[in-house]
Design a protein around this ligand. Structure first.
Ligand code: TUI
Length: 315
């Protein structure tokens, strides 16, 4: 299975499933569980101080002998520390998000580290391909957290037509139907975030997991459009107040201050009313907590069964 798939070959993994890099959620325990399950686990550097990230990198190597990745969030003031740690620890794969990854590609590619940027537009995909990216993650508007404005369906197909490097689709994918759909659009891999929050091995607060399990298709909203940093999260007291402040044209600095520390509050402290419960639109499909490896096997089996039966629907 997947023997001719370029993502599986490039990343040296069993299944073309990459775990989303969710700040405060994607630690060594979750990344190792996904990598041990045959996907690519990712440790999210987020805003972590250098020492904390270093501990996670040491830990993930203890928990798995499989390839894993490190995500560098380019809006973070600590992104350069994360890049230097990736170099120091020879992390096999680095993904980037929320910005232009030219400097990361230039620094890490000569060291043999594969850089795979998240892109939210075809223009950026073309640019990073020229700069030396080994693949791209085309992340659509359905995704959780910081989002672009093009849907996964439109972005995946257009990106796959525009670049030669393999495309990993992200945003709105949580089961075998999503995996197969992404492949039909030209992707050779998928990135899954929201479902992995509900992995047994994920250390996010149980209140956060239960919010996702209780969510439906209309539970998320995008705030922060006026800030230029749109973020998708489950509707709650925090998103409501944030919207009201945006409607009152609250200055950007005050909005930034109001939003700061909210993701940590939800993920670590379990404050799911005043914290930011970042989640994708696909949360309504996530119904239970189960081991990450079981999720991966289930998703692949669903896609494979569906691939064999789908021809019948056109008869
Ligand atoms: O980065 C993400 N998702 C995130 S980061 C994050 S942490 C955070 N915490 C509080 C407030 C804000 C963020 C939560 N979720 N996804 C990857 C992603 N990258 N989505 C979109 C992009 C992106 C957008 C524009 C990448 C490059 C880019 O380039 C600029 C341009 O103009 O094309």
């Amino acid at each position: 299975m997947f023997s001719s798939n370029r993502i599986v070959q490039l990343l040296k993994i069993k299944y073309p499933i990459v775990q989303g890099a969710m700040a405060w959620v994607a630690d060594a325990d979750l990344a190792a569980a996904v990598s041990n399950g045959g996907g690519l686990g990712i440790v999210a550097a987020g805003n972590m101080p250098r020492e904390m990230l270093e501990r996670e990198l040491i830990k993930v190597r203890k928990l798995t002998d499989k390839p894993f990745g490190l995500n560098i969030m380019l809006l973070s003031p600590t992104w350069q520390d994360a890049m230097e740690l990736a170099a120091e620890y020879s992390v096999p794969v680095v993904t980037t998000g929320a910005g232009l990854p030219g400097k990361v590609i230039d620094r890490l590619t000569p060291l043999g580290i594969m850089v795979i940027p998240v892109i939210a537009s075809v223009t950026l995909a073309e640019r990073v391909e020229k700069q030396g990216a080994k693949a791209v993650i085309a992340e659509g508007y359905e995704a959780g957290g910081h989002v672009g404005d093009i849907t996964t369906m439109a972005l995946t197909a257009q990106t796959a037509s525009a670049v030669k490097i393999p495309v990993i689709a992200a945003g709105g994918i949580a089961d075998g139907r999503g995996l197969l759909a992404a492949f039909v659009l030209g992707a050779e891999g998928v990135q899954i975030g929201t479902r992995f929050v509900c992995a047994k091995e994920c250390n996010a607060h149980d209140n956060f997991k239960q919010k996702i399990i209780a969510a439906n298709d209309r539970s998320t909203v995008v705030t922060g459009k006026t800030l230029g940093h749109p973020v998708r999260a489950i509707k709650n007291k925090f998103t409501q107040e944030f919207h009201e402040m945006e409607e009152r044209h609250t200055p950007i600095e005050a909005l930034d201050k109001f939003g700061s520390g909210r993701l940590r509050a939800a993920v670590v402290d379990g404050d799911v009313e005043r914290g930011s419960v970042m989640s994708g639109q696909i949360a309504g499909l996530v119904k239970k907590i189960q081991p990450a490896g079981e999720m991966i096997e289930e998703i692949v089996r669903e896609a494979s069964d569906l691939a064999s039966s789908i021809g019948g629907r056109f008869e």
